[in-house]
Write a protein that binds this ligand. Structure first.
Ligand code: HEM
Length: 409
């Protein structure tokens, strides 16, 4: 992925993904070339790169504060009822995605094609949930390209309808924000940046802003939910993390500034990425020139899917790979660069654009959650490790009992 980069960096998409990504009009699914370079630069400099991330620091802090307040309220209202972690995290993370991408925490929007206002939940479903489900829709014709002339009506109806709904909602959201800009209320966000660049078609604009929305709302939730599941299941590892936080932060609230001084937290993050690889299969690559990979001659035209889950569960690479053991990354046995051995974010020039944001949000949230509460799994949930969807969503959402540790943070 690094050394043979130039021969394996175009994407090969299924029929469903070709429709949903409007034939590669996004950073993640475009072929490597001028368009990809331009839009990756846009997303890094306005939203995801190191200096752009500083602009959203306050929004991230506000997000975690709100999650903690909601946890406290739920515990106070009914101390014995287990809390559905995902409901709390998902709402706040989507709020952050909306603010970063569109400049506003949109609560509803009028969609011309539907002839009515739709709620935030409907926006979430049309732009995130339905798209994730539809992305794994299988068209048997993908496996028999010479039969692609045969109609597959149910598949086509489902994929085209989902795509049309997503695009209608995105157009409405963008229109709403253009009206804001016309009122003289420009904001620091991806949409305002892209409009100022003035190099994209309306369709490209829809796709890029949608991409920012869905990518921010999905994998970080998947990672944090798995980390909290493991910490709730393993009280002694949770205690070790809590003690590290006490030693480094004392009575102060954990902030992103503390993160480099919390090595066990970092180990928890990377071990979660290894044991529960959020993107188990890297989006397919296409070999566009004859090349040699790991000693094998690979001809142009080969499709390539890298199985990160397989790599991360390999007994040759990891001791007891099925065990979630942050210790394997702690105690100075690993260099910082070795953390990336999990390849959770891919590698080479197509590596994930949002890894810094994912790390900021997941690590700060995990630390604040453990600093604020003792976490315990709902009884009987110890072995619920199945996954579903394109990214490694927990099939059974995480239910937890929370016990506040001390004064409210
Ligand atoms: C724990 C969280 C995340 C994981 C595990 C993850 C994983 C990945 C992986 C495996 C790839 C493909 C890399 C390759 O083909 O080599 C990727 C690409 C990408 N990711 Fe992420 N991602 C995460 C969070 C995010 C976030 C928060 C964003 C943006 C808000 C984001 C934006 C992107 C983009 C734009 C690409 C395409 C990069 C390119 O093709 O050049 N990711 N990610």
């Amino acid at each position: 992925m690094v050394a043979k980069f130039s021969s394996i960096s175009t994407r090969k998409l299924s029929k469903a993904l070709t429709v949903l990504t409007r034939d590669k009009s996004m950073v993640a699914t475009s072929d490597y070339g001028d368009f990809h370079k331009m839009v990756k630069r846009y997303v890094m400099s306005s939203m995801l790169g190191t200096s752009a991330q500083k602009q959203f620091r306050e929004t991230r802090d506000m997000m975690v504060n709100k999650m903690l307040r909601t946890f406290h309220k739920l515990v106070t209202d009914d101390p014995d009822a287990p809390i559905v972690f995902r409901d709390v995290f998902k709402d706040e993370l989507f709020r952050l995605s909306l603010i970063q991408s569109l400049g506003e925490d949109v609560s509803s929007v009028y969609v011309d094609e539907f002839g009515r206002d739709i709620s935030k939940e409907e926006i979430y479903n049309a732009t995130v949930t339905d798209m994730m489900m539809c992305a794994i829709e299988v068209d048997w014709r993908d496996f028999f390209p010479y039969l692609s002339w045969v109609p597959n009506r149910s598949f086509e109806t489902r994929v085209f309808t989902t795509e049309a709904r997503r695009s209608a909602v995105m157009r409405a959201l963008i229109k709403q924000q253009k009206e804001r800009i016309l009122r003289g209320e420009a904001r620091i966000c991806y949409l305002d940046f892209l409009l100022a660049e003035n190099t994209l078609t309306d369709e490209q604009l829809v796709m890029l802003v949608w991409e920012a929305l869905i990518e921010a709302a999905d994998t970080t939730l998947v990672t944090t939910e798995w980390a909290m599941y493991e910490l709730a299941k393993n009280p002694e590892k949770q205690e070790r993390l809590y003690q590290e936080i006490r030693e480094v932060c004392g009575d102060e609230t954990v902030t992103e500034e503390h993160l480099p001084r919390l090595p066990y937290l970092n180990a928890v993050f990377h071990e979660t990425l290894r044991r529960h690889s959020p993107v188990p299969l890297i989006p397919p690559r296409f070999v566009h020139e004859d090349t040699k990979l790991a000693g094998y001659d690979v001809p142009a035209g080969t499709e390539m899917v890298i199985n990160l889950y397989g790599c991360n569960m390999s007994k040759e690479e990891w001791d007891s790979p099925e065990e979630w053991a942050p210790e394997r990354f702690a105690g100075g046995r690993f260099e910082v660069a070795d953390m990336y051995k999990t390849m959770a974010f891919g590698a080479g020039r197509r590596a994930c654009a949002g890894s810094l944001q994912a790390m900021h949000i997941a690590c700060a949230a995990i630390a604040r959650f453990v600093q604020g509460f003792q976490w315990r799994l709902r009884e009987g949930d110890e072995d619920k490790v199945d996954t579903v969807q394109l990214t490694a969503y927990k099939l059974h959402p995480l239910y937890v009992h929370l016990h506040p540790r001390g004064p409210r943070m």
